[in-house]
Design a protein around this ligand. Structure first.
Ligand code: PEP
Length: 249
């Protein structure tokens, strides 16, 4: 059985008091036992939030990390440090990191390796731009992102990864991929994995959809056979919306 996961990417939003208030409101709500919920706030909140999450079913995620364990990398945070404060998931290769920080899949593969080495779970993001989709390059774009970012891993390592398909044109735009468009790419990702690693790995890896997921479209998306949950941006900043999405399976 593939794990159902909903992860909230808070991005660079909410100061400490605002973040605590949102987290308290989420923790005060009923979230279904069959969904693994992950909260990924800014780095600075992680340690304090871990205390608030102890004895709850929610997991803590970070939005990025560096590929080295330590060293002279001013401003960076390592997977080893994230592990030491109780982080379990690390979002890697988000399209905003690819666009604004010039990250590419090969570079991200080193982060993936380091995150896995420390027993954390990468949430590896892939997705095409609008131009790539219009030019019919979306399948190849996704195939190369998956291959270059993840195919250095062995079977067991890949099974510890979560993949998030996030069409760039749907992130923060209010425009969602239709369930058919999303399902088509999710099935393609699973097929690409099956060709390299076999059906057991492909059938057991969780593939999340991200891009303007809201309570109003989550049920339809999560009903698709190859969609195992969501990576949520804007709607994760509102407790009621986030919890409704978590309960949409
Ligand atoms: C995201 O940034 O990963 C995302 C999916 O954002 P939104 O839900 O706001 O489109």
């Amino acid at each position: 059985m593939r794990q159902k996961i909903v992860a909230g990417n808070w991005k660079m939003n909410l100061d400490l008091n605002e973040g605590k208030e949102l987290l308290i409101n989420i923790l005060d709500s009923d979230i279904s036992d069959n969904t693994q919920c992950v909260i990924a706030p800014p780095y600075i909140h992680l340690s304090g939030f871990k205390q608030m999450l102890s004895h709850t079913k929610l997991s803590l995620g970070s939005q990025n990390c560096h590929q080295q364990d330590s060293g002279a990398y001013t401003g960076e945070v390592s997977a080893a440090m994230l592990k030491s404060v109780g982080v379990e998931y690390v979002i890697l290769g988000h399209s905003e990191r690819r666009e604004y920080f010039n990250e590419d899949s090969l570079g991200i593969s080193f982060k993936v390796n380091n995150v896995i080495k420390h027993g954390l779970r990468p949430i590896y993001c892939c997705g095409e731009t609008l131009t790539q989709r219009k030019e019919g390059e979306h399948f190849e774009t996704i195939r190369v992102q998956i291959k270059n970012g993840l195919f250095q891993l062995n079977e067991m390592e890949l099974l510890n990864c979560v993949i998030a398909y996030e069409p760039v044109w749907a992130i923060g735009t209010g425009e969602t991929a239709s369930p058919e468009q999303a399902q088509e790419i999710h099935a393609f990702i699973r097929k690409t994995i099956a060709q390299e690693y076999g059906d057991m790995v492909a059938d057991n890896i969780s593939i999340l959809y991200g891009g303007s997921v809201k309570p109003g479209n989550a049920v339809e998306l999560f009903n698709c056979p190859d969609i195992d949950g969501g990576l949520i941006g804007g709607a994760a900043l509102d407790a009621e919306s986030f919890v409704a999405i978590c309960n949409s399976f």
